[in-house]
Design a protein around this ligand. Structure first.
Ligand code: ADP
Length: 315
């Protein structure tokens, strides 16, 4: 089994002490590893086998911290690039009283936008079973061209999942809706929250949005609803067969929802790639997502497979 995850690995700065607080009103911040695709990669590593991660870090202290984190999580450094000229990307996190968060992203001109086309060769790509791509890289060049080049070269036998991760402040140079429309024909499994699909014109409930997505290229749509779980729809082209599934989510005692969607994605990939049915995969992914909300930081509470299994056995 060989998996490749593509996209930013950045430092999340969390306000210290305060479990709530608007961006800017904390005196001290704690650095924690983050970046949606990096969270997915570490989520997969915790659940079983570590995937490759194609990402770019600065050659600075934050870059060293992230490289060390990836090493500890057993993510190979084959595609972990270090940029001698640009700093490591950053996000400043603000949490409200419910543990819901917002981000201020500092990515423009950082190493994380510096992926270049062609780094992953055709032979390496042909050996991959599952490719997961994060959408944030599509907001800036040259990473945008690098990701489209990869998506367009990926053989049909590779399952491609994609999480657009809409962050309106990032989309100054390129149009988000047009970008998503260009990516979707090369995507098999779309994973997104309903809020991330709304700015691309997919409006309505998770059910209506999922039906619209599977008419536009992907054979499977997984639409998340935060604490209310997720909805999934697949067409007959999906290896797990046509169908739909709805899961109300789990209450695991939320502390911080940062990275919950990425944990969900890791759970969905692990389950679907392992041969689970759509509804079993949705249940497993919701359990991984719920467990991930039980500690501060995107990666801290990413569960191991045994923990998810015993969490599910108790329910
Ligand atoms: P994102 O994190 O990408 O914004 P969501 O907020 O929809 O996406 O959350 C993704 C998944 O994480 C949900 O489908 C659910 O499985 C889990 N999750 C998120 N918030 C909570 C919560 N408060 N309690 C339990 N599970 C949650």
């Amino acid at each position: 089994m060989s998996r490749l995850v593509v996209g930013e690995c950045i430092v999340d700065l969390h306000p210290e002490g305060a479990e709530s607080g608007a961006h800017g009103d904390a005196g001290t911040y704690i650095r924690r590893p983050g970046g949606a695709p990096a969270n997915v990669a570490v989520g997969l590593a915790r659940l079983g086998e570590a995937p490759d991660l194609w990402t770019r870090l600065g050659r600075d202290g934050f870059g060293d911290f992230l490289a060390e984190t990836l090493r500890e999580e057993r993510v190979p450094d084959t595609y972990v690039e270090r940029d001698p000229d640009a700093p490591t990307g950053l996000a400043v996190v603000a949490l409200d009283a419910d543990g819901d968060r917002s981000f201020s992203l500092y990515l423009d001109g950082t190493a994380s936008t510096g992926l270049e086309p062609g780094r992953v060769g055709d032979d390496a790509l042909a050996a991959v079973d599952w490719l997961h791509v994060g959408g944030v890289e599509l907001a800036h060049e040259p990473a945008r061209s690098a990701v489209f080049d990869l998506l367009e070269r990926t053989p049909d036998a590779v399952t491609v999942s994609f999480d657009p991760n809409a962050r309106p402040s990032l989309w100054r140079e390129f149009d988000y809706a047009d970008t998503l429309a260009r990516a979707l024909p090369n995507v098999d499994v779309l994973v997104a929250s309903a809020e991330d699909l709304d700015p691309a014109g997919y409006e309505g409930t998770a059910e209506t949005v999922a039906s619209a997505v599977v008419a536009d290229g992907p054979h499977t749509a997984l639409v998340t609803r935060g604490a209310a779980g997720a909805y999934a729809r697949a067409t007959a082209d999906a290896p797990w067969g046509a169908g739909h599934a709805d899961h109300p989510g789990f209450d695991a005692g939320v502390i911080d929802t940062t990275g919950a969607g990425d944990a969900f994605t890791a759970g969905a990939i692990e389950a679907l790639d392992g041969g689970a049915s759509l509804s079993d995969a949705l249940r497993f992914a919701n359990a991984v997502g719920a467990r991930a909300t039980t500690a501060q930081g995107a990666m801290a509470a990413l569960p191991r497979c045994e923990e998810v299994d015993s969490f599910l056995d108790d329910r």
